[in-house]
Design a protein around this ligand. Structure first.
Ligand SMILES: [Zn+2]
Length: 308
């Protein structure tokens, strides 16, 4: 996990949000359609290709916000997101179904932790109470309804790994409407989220609301992958074209990362991530490993290179 900066591209995000709302209020300035407070139809409309999928649409914007080391990454597990695949989930940080007193209470929690939610987002039922004289008045609104506010939306992978039939995890919307500390919108994420040499994730500011997500992100496969990266990170390498790296080079990399002269002595849970010995050179594990190449650059791991 890492901090997602919702300020960097805010003016573009705000313009998309305003354009959508202006369309909703265009026919009848007093009766927007859909109502910005309708948790279902407002969001469904906002997902239409003309708002989401164009070159300047909000899908690209969210992916750009979550770009790190050259690729957009899942807000939870840091896996590369494939923008052309349908395998991405959009997630509301403040759950979209919230409203009323409960909504206010939860808004106070989220906005006290995440400045971008405080500065750019209002509960949709509160927004709906506003009245405008013309659609141009909407441009003066700084805070967008939480159901469609792009500051309240993040992108996750769908939790299933390409080649493994895994059950869903937090990346797959398993969280539902549970309250979570909005860690990915908090600058502290840079220092409070840590991974150790065994690939275990720790979040030191967890107030209890992140425990389930932390558990899911500490499944065996995740831990294995990150632990392999912890080791591979010791070796300085240009990994931008690692997908086509010859097997010989991969094996040398693993050997030097694990300080051994004999590749065969490495544990299966390590060795298999090189892709060695796979039927038809399928590279299943190699591809899986590389989907998480963010961990090569994760400062807690990369600092080993500086020392070496
Ligand atoms: Zn993920």
């Amino acid at each position: 996990m890492r901090y997602i900066d919702k300020y960097r591209m805010h003016s573009a995000a705000h313009a998309i949000n305003v354009k959508f709302l202006k369309d909703c209020y265009a026919d009848d300035i007093h009766t927007p359609l859909p109502s910005p407070a309708s948790s279902k139809s407002s969001y469904e409309d906002f997902k239409k290709p003309k708002y989401r999928d164009s070159v300047s649409g909000w899908k690209n914007l969210l992916l750009e916000e979550q770009k790190s080391e050259g690729h957009p990454r899942c807000c939870y597990c840091m896996r590369r997101l494939n923008p052309t695949a349908s395998k991405i989930n959009y997630e509301h940080i403040i759950p979209r179904s919230l409203s009323g007193a409960e909504g206010q209470e939860q808004y106070a929690y989220y906005s006290s932790h995440a400045p971008a939610l405080h500065d750019h987002v209002i509960m949709a039922d509160e927004f709906e109470k506003k009245s405008f004289a013309s659609t141009n008045d909407i441009e003066g609104e700084d805070k967008m309804p939480h159901i469609t506010a792009l500051s309240n939306l993040v992108v996750a992978c769908n939790g299933t790994r390409d080649t493994f039939n895994t059950i869903g995890c937090c990346c797959n919307g398993n969280r539902k409407d549970n309250k979570i500390l909005p860690i990915m919108l908090m600058e502290q994420a840079c220092t409070k989220v840590k991974y150790d040499q065994n690939g275990i994730l720790y979040i030191s500011c967890n107030d209890g609301t992140l425990s389930q997500i932390i558990d899911e992100l500490n499944s065996d496969t995740f831990k294995e992958i990150r632990s392999v990266w912890y080791h591979l990170s010791r070796v300085s390498k240009d990994i931008s074209n690692a997908l086509s790296m010859p097997m010989k080079e991969r094996i040398e990399w693993f050997k030097s990362a694990y300080s051994t002269t004999n590749f065969a002595t490495l544990k299966t849970e390590v060795r298999r991530y090189s892709g060695f010995g796979e039927k038809d050179n399928a590279d299943t594990y190699w591809k899986l490993l590389l989907a998480y190449d963010w961990f090569y650059y994760y400062p807690g791991y990369a600092k080993q290179r500086a020392k070496a």
